[in-house]
Design a protein around this ligand. Sequence first.
Ligand code: IDP
Ligand code: MG
Length: 140
Amino acid sequence: MANERTLSIIKPDATERNITGLIIARLEASGLRVIAQKRVWWKKKDAKKFYDIHKGQPFYQDLVTFMTSGPIVLQVLEGEDAIAKNRAVMGATNPVDAEPGTIRKDFAVNMQRNSVHGSDSAETAKREIALCFKKGEIVG
Ligand code: IDP
Ligand code: MG
């Protein structure tokens, strides 16, 4: 297992319900460390660029609308096997399928409003971190 970095987002459904602290506590309890964090409100162009890989999917336009509907919290998480670990703590995309004790099982509203994003590979983590943070904003 390598020490890795991954990009995490606390989504608008979670900032709206004021549960960012509850989510961060779950991430930290798993051993992940928040080494960069900022609260932003994305413009359409930001969400479109970030979710470029999903362009053409039936849920893409609604996803962009949702991700620009309120503030989000961008984070870089660091730790052993951070990419897979974060995905495990998050749970499945659809909360109905998520394991008990995962963030999405406990907090997600539905498949779209599922509270958190996490990079799914080393390549996407690198791309997503670079899109969201300047080097100097990441303090490991
Ligand atoms: P992930 O967030 O678990 O990696 P992806 O397939 O990468 O899931 O999808 C990105 C995001 O798009 C999901 O987290 C969710 O918010 C939304 N999404 C994905 N599939 C659907 C769907 O079938 N209906 C509605 N929203 C979806
Ligand atoms: Mg994904």
